[in-house]
Structures are given as structure tokens and as C-alpha cells.
Design a protein around this ligand. Structure first.
Ligand SMILES: [Zn+2]
Length: 251
């Protein structure tokens, strides 16, 4: 696994002693480190879908515990005092869904962490980061167009709130990291001291030499914004699930 973004390192690339993936070597992310509880597949994927699309709020508790475990991986590395900022939805998306799943997960996770890591001072700051643009479905866009599409999509409402603060960005899924990069960039420009990232699930990257797959999940279209060089694709799931596609609104 990449020490920076948590992506799987490509074993087919031959013996490499770099602890970083190709993307992080070529274009280092603005965040210090990204951690996740597990892979975005199987039951994890079903649970995230239940929360987001079936609005099954009880799922947030179990998933929040998993997110807490992901955040706990940062113990001893990340600062003991951090602002926890869920990746915001654009207001039209928020109105459509009725809630921000990242915020629900963050709230649950902090509840668990207060007990398991009482020494950690984590403060939820859910309205600090704003999403200025609704990033529409990126299907049909080139990787470069996707990068541009998500760039500048975030803004900090009150920079004095984040100045010299260490920030933990929280989201449900990290795919290419384009969203996390854009959000971290906005926070650093507003004066944040450091930005860390924790997500529930990580969709793994596959290179063009890696396993082939045909995955067109509308849900990940936003995250498919791609911070990666051309020729690298991202694997959000090992299988296509057409039944799930039907109930997913596009971003
Ligand atoms: Zn990496």
C-alpha cells in the first residue's frame, strides 16, 4: 500500500523500493496522508449504498465505527488536536439527498473516538468548507478535463477558523483522490497547518497493465475526476452491479 494515499502498489511494476505509488511520486497530494477502513466492495459497498441512496440512517452507526477505526490508524502520526471537516455536498445535492453522508459518518465516528481515544481532541467543523460547484457526471471527459472540473470546487467560509489548524478531512469513499486533493488545497490556501484524510472505503487503482475491468458506476463519476496521469484507471469495484446503477442519481 502507498504510504501516502493508501492505494495498492502495483506488484506488476517489478521490484520497487518506493513506499509511494506512481501518482503520489509524480504529483504529491496536498494532504499528509490518507487512510481508509477497507476496500469499496462487497458488503461495504452495500452498506454505503444503503446509507446514501436508501437513506438508511441506522447504517451510519456501524459505518461510523469503521470510520473511527480508520481514523485511529492516524494515532501517533496526526496531531492530537484536529478540526474534523466532512467533504461537503453542493447545496443542490444536499437538498436532493436531504443529508450529507460524510457528516453523518463523521459525527458517529467522533462518538466512538471520544471513548477509544479520549486524549484526542477532535472537533467537528461541518460548515467550514463549502462546495461552490456541483460537479456533474464526468462521463466522457478526459482525465485532464476531469481534473479541471473538480479544481476550485471548494472554498473555506471563514479562513480564521482554519488558520494554523490541523484538519482531518472525512468522506465515505476515496477513489482517485481528486476531491480530497481539491478540498485539501482549499484548506491549505486558507491557512490550515496540515490536512489529513480518512475515508470509510478506498477504491483501488489499477494501471493499464493491471487487471482489466469495465466499471461505469455513476456514483464514482465525481471521484473519477482523476488526479492521475493518463493511462491509469481506477477500480471502484471488481464487479459491475447494474441493479445498483438504476437507483443511483448521477452527480
Ligand atoms: Zn499514493
Amino acid at each position: 500500500m502507498c504510504a501516502r494515499c493508501g492505494d495498492a502498489l502495483n506488484a506488476l511494476a517489478g521490484p520497487s523500493f518506493s513506499p509511494l505509488c506512481r501518482v503520489c511520486r509524480m504529483a504529491p497530494p496536498p494532504f499528509v496522508k490518507a487512510v481508509a477502513y477497507g476496500a469499496y466492495q462487497g458488503r461495504m459497498k452495500e452498506a454505503v449504498h444503503a446509507l446514501k441512496y436508501d437513506r438508511l440512517h441506522p447504517a451510519a452507526r456501524g459505518l461510523g465505527r469503521m470510520l473511527a477505526e480508520a481514523i485511529a490508524k492516524l494515532a501517533g502520526q496526526a496531531p492530537a488536536e484536529m478540526l474534523v471537516i466532512p467533504i461537503p455536498l453542493h447545496r443542490t445535492k444536499l437538498a436532493q439527498r436531504g443529508f450529507n453522508q460524510a457528516r453523518s459518518l463523521a459525527r458517529e465516528a467522533l462518538g466512538f473516538l471520544r471513548k477509544s481515544h479520549p486524549e484526542w481532541r477532535l472537533t467537528l467543523a461541518a460548515s467550514t468548507l463549502m462546495r461552490l460547484r456541483a460537479t456533474e457526471s464526468q462521463a466522457g471527459l478526459t482525465p485532464r478535463q476531469r481534473r479541471l472540473n473538480v479544481r476550485g470546487a471548494f472554498s473555506v467560509s471563514d479562513p480564521s477558523k482554519v488558520t494554523m489548524q490541523n484538519v482531518l478531512l472525512v468522506d465515505d469513499i476515496l477513489t482517485t483522490g481528486a476531491t480530497a486533493r481539491a478540498a485539501a488545497q482549499a484548506l491549505l490556501e486558507a491557512g490550515a497547518a496540515s490536512v489529513w484524510v480518512a475515508t470509510l472505503a478506498r477504491a483501488q487503482l489499477v494501471s493499464r497493465f493491471g487487471r482489466r475491468f469495465a466499471h461505469q458506476d455513476a456514483e464514482e463519476s465525481e471521484e473519477f475526476a482523476g488526479a492521475a496521469p493518463d493511462g491509469i484507471r481506477y477500480e471502484a469495484s471488481l464487479s459491475t452491479e447494474s441493479s445498483n446503477l438504476q437507483k443511483q442519481p448521477s452527480f
